[in-house]
Structure formats: structure tokens, C-alpha cells
Design a protein. Sequence first.
Length: 565
Amino acid sequence: MSDTSRRGFIKKTAEAAGLAGAAGLAGAAALAPLAFAPQAAGQSPVASAASNPLGSASGERFDFVVAGAGHNSLVCAAYLAKAGYRVLVLEGRPTIGGGCKTAEVCLPGFKEDLCSSVHSGFQNNPALKELNLRDYGLEYIDPELVMHIPFLDGQSITVWRDLDRTCETIAKISKKDAETFRKLVPEFKAYAESGPAGKGSVRRAKFWQQLNAMSGYDATGVLFESNHLRAGSLACGHFGGVAGGDFGTGGQAFSLMTQVLNGRPIPKGGSGMLCVALGRFIEAHHGVILTNKPVVQLLVEKTNGENGKCLGVECADGSQYRGGKGVVSTIHIKHLVNMAPRELWGDEFNTMVETFQPEHAMIQFHYATTEPPQYPLMGGGTISSTEAVLMDRAESVLLLNSYNARGEVWVDDTPLQIVSPSVGDPTRAPAGHHTVKIEGTLPYDLKDGGPKRWDEIKEQVAEACFNRLRRLAPNLTPDKVLAKFIESPLDIERMNPAMWRGSVHAGDRRLPQMASYKMPIPGLYQTGACTPPGGSITGFPGRNAAAAILKDLGTSIEEVGKKDS
Ligand SMILES: Cc1cc2nc3c(=O)[nH]c(=O)nc-3n(C[C@H](O)[C@H](O)[C@H](O)COP(=O)(O)OP(=O)(O)OC[C@H]3O[C@@H](n4cnc5c(N)ncnc54)[C@H](O)[C@@H]3O)c2cc1C
């Protein structure tokens, strides 16, 4: 196995192309409109690296070429590298991580998560231990104060890891709801942990299944009497991007129970530290990661009649890279199908991709501040939390599909998630300062102007959302805001083409065509949010794709996971 590192690889290819040396290449790549400064130098050798703008292939031999460097494809690449295969990861943007990336976009020293912040879904992934990610710099903070939910009438609910403390705050609004909540949490835990096989034996399993199948709005109505607990549960349930008025969203009624049970862990130093750790792991296992390498074409073997094998990829700069054993993609399937002749995908696959619909698009507004949001409490005093959620009325979730279909921006009571990681992690901002982020969903395709209209109205929309926050955290007067960075749904898509139409959980996660992680073109595997179990920071699409590949290679993910590394 070669021990070429990424830097060595860049240097070698630079020399092969007759260029003066790798140092001169730093910063040579043109940055796309929403490019940002990488994480502070020294923190991440991967994330802060220079790109390789060379147009030629290196001549290096790789077993796998991985297109895209989101956390899922990095998890997949890390397992392949751990198995002993030579892996090349090509990321289209200047920094790895996709929706799991941290950068100083407002001001130096303020580490903003450009998409995800919370990694609840990753905590049960065996990759955490199997890849020894702690040894590569990944550390989780699990705040005791999980979520604060303030309302305009002055009432509030605070979710703690401690059930009793949580119930105390609910009891101030409804004693009956507090009792129900206390009774349901252990029952829900048993149900959630029973797995598909054990569901039949769990107490009231059919009741929980019935709730799951109905809408979140109806399920919260069955369980709770207060609008506050219903609204809070639905607002947090909406983090997955699906409106709680739809059938099959009944699980949103359990969102606060899940928070008590599992918390909402954030990586110390920022969401991107997961990808930094994965990048370090891959490099330590002789993998190579190149940034500013958008893949535009699949290289497919030419055959007579039979579908040829996927041999590698071509990047926008004309450079080509081959994977002797296969190619792994995390490119959105809407884009991927355009990278090889249509007939190679087959009719069924083409129809599935044409039918595929986006979820509601996301917005994200970042602020560097001198104070965190301080939410006043009914009995006096204030509280600050790493996370809060704003939505006053449970029935507001019923309006989301309607505004989305009409392309109208409605911020009056749309669920807004407020994330202030610096409250739980002082490394995120200079001493005495804070990071505040507002996020939620709004239509991508606006009436009167389509997606491009976002460039005209995003500042105004951000201000309206910030003013909504200020009504509940009045300390955040304009003088407390030092800088801001506004991301519309269009900006989110520009920043990451895998977030097609600003949709981040990649649509329907039950697509049977994606369940095998194998594409119709032999040798081409797919991972990422388009594959089960879908979007969010879980790493499961990545580990599952690696499992499928390793099985094809005659080994197993369990074997590779156990290996010393
Ligand atoms: C505002 C916001 C907040 C969120 N908050 C959370 C949260 O708190 N918790 C949570 O669990 N989830 C959250 N999510 C969702 C989460 O970020 C995504 O579901 C997750 O990032 C998907 O990961 P992935 O590995 O599948 O792909 P992505 O993160 O989408 O990465 C794909 C990568 O592939 C690259 N790529 C795409 N096409 C090409 C190409 N042709 N060539 C080369 N490279 C390419 C992209 O540039 C990107 O780096 C949030 C998302 C957004 C937008």
C-alpha cells in the first residue's frame, strides 16, 4: 500500500504537470459565490487544505473513488480505508463536510455550523467506536438543559435530561400533561428500544403504532391537553423537515420524550469536527482527499450491449480519476443521472428519479453576538440554552404545506429552531461572545420570481425571523449583533448541490431502488441522504453503503469494524 498523503499527492501531481510546487497552488482555485473561509488554520489539516486545481489525472492507483465528502461518504470511505483499500475522495467545494461543516463566516473566532449542529442520530452508530473517532479529535458535549420552548404569553417549557425537572416545567402549564408525560416517557423508551422484532411484546405497542401512523397534530391532541406542549412537540418534531399535519408524522408527538431520553449532543468545536475526524482517519489510513473537485461525469466502460462497469469519474477541470474496485457517489440522484447516458440507468430508475420530490427547503441565519438569547421566565430571571424552538400555536403546522405550495414566505408562526452552541461550548466564540443561529423551512420556489427572488428578499426575511426571536429574547438588541451571515434555500443549494432545491433530508427515505446502495451501473455505489435511512447526521447511509461494498468484496463491516486501526 502506498503511503502517499494528500499533501504529497498534490505535490506529486503538481510536479508531474510541470508546476513550481504545491505551495503556489494554495488558493488558486476559484471560489464559488458562497465559498467561505475554511476552519481556522491548524485545527483541521483536511478542512483548511489547499485545493488541487490540476486538470490531469495523477497516475496514482486507487481502489475506490468517492465523489463528494459529506459525513456519510466520509464514513463509507473511512471503512474502506480501514479495510486496507486505497481511497480517493473528491469534494466539489473548497471544504469537506457538506451539511456537517463549521466555518468562521461571521467574524474570526466565531465558529458557525453551516447546516447541522446536533448529532443525536450519530450516537448509536457503531462507527463512533469502530473508527475510534475520539482518537481523531471528535468529542461530544451533551447539554443537561436540552431545549427551551418560550411562548408569547410568558409561559415556557424547558426540557432537561432529567425527567423530573422537565415535568416540573410542564406542570406549571398543565398538571395533567406533566403526569401524562412522566408516565409516557418510560413506556415510549421500551417501545422505541424494542426494535421491529420485539414490538409485539411491548406494552401498548399497538397504541404507539396507531399514534405513529396518524398526523403529529392529531397525535399530540390525543396525548396532551395544553396547546403549549402540543406546539412545542410539533415544533421540535418539525426539525426533520416534514409538516406535522401530514399522516405518518405521529412520531412528532414524542419529540420531547426523545430529547429527555437521548439529549441533543453537539461536537465540541463545531459540527464539522465529525468530518475533520473522519478526514484525519482517512488520511491516516493512506487515503487522499481533494477539494474543489466537482465531479461532472461518470467514466463507464464501453461494451457491446451489456451495461459496462463504472470505472471512475471526471471532474469539472477535466481531470479523471479511476477506482479499480468501484466508485462511491453521494451526488444527489437528480444530478447523478445526468452524468452517464440515460439508457445505462434503466427505465425503472429513471422514472423513480423523475418522480422524486424535494422536502420543504431550509433557511439558516447566523449571528455573531455579545450575548446569548436570554429567555425571560414567568417566575423571574432568564434562561439561556444551546437550543430553543419558537412556535406559539399547534395548528400552525397545518399551514406549512399550503404556504409552501403557494410559494409564500410566512414567518409569523412557522417553527423556528434557535441554536446557540456557544452556551454549551465556550470554544465556539471568543470569551464573552456567542454564536446564534436561526433555522427553519420556507418555500424554495417563490411566487413572483421563483428561487432567484431569494437573493432580493433574504435580508428582509432574516430580519423578520430575528425580530420574532427578539420578542422572546428581548436582550438581543441590535447593538448585541456584531455580524451576520444569511443563507436562503437557494444559498444552501448553491453551497451544496446535494441539497437539491434547498431540501436537506433528500425526500422519501423509503425508496426501494436505493435500499441496496448499488446503482444500475455495475461498480457504482450510492450513499448519503438519498439512501436509507435518509438525511440528518446519523452516518448510517455511509456505514450501510460500506457494508454493501465490503460484502461484495467478500468480507463484512463487522470484520472490518473489529480490526485494529
Ligand atoms: C440549515 C440546516 C440545518 C440542519 N441541522 C441538522 C441538525 O442539527 N442535525 C442533523 O442531524 N441534521 C441536520 N441537517 C441535515 C443534515 O445536514 C443533512 O441531512 C446531512 O448533511 C446529509 O449528509 P450527507 O453525508 O448525506 O451529505 P451532504 O452533507 O449533503 O454532503 C454531500 C457532499 O457532496 C458534495 N457534492 C455534491 N455533489 C458533488 C459533485 N458533483 N462532485 C463533488 N462533490 C459533490 C457536496 O459539496 C457535499 O460536500 C441540517 C441541514 C441544514 C441545511
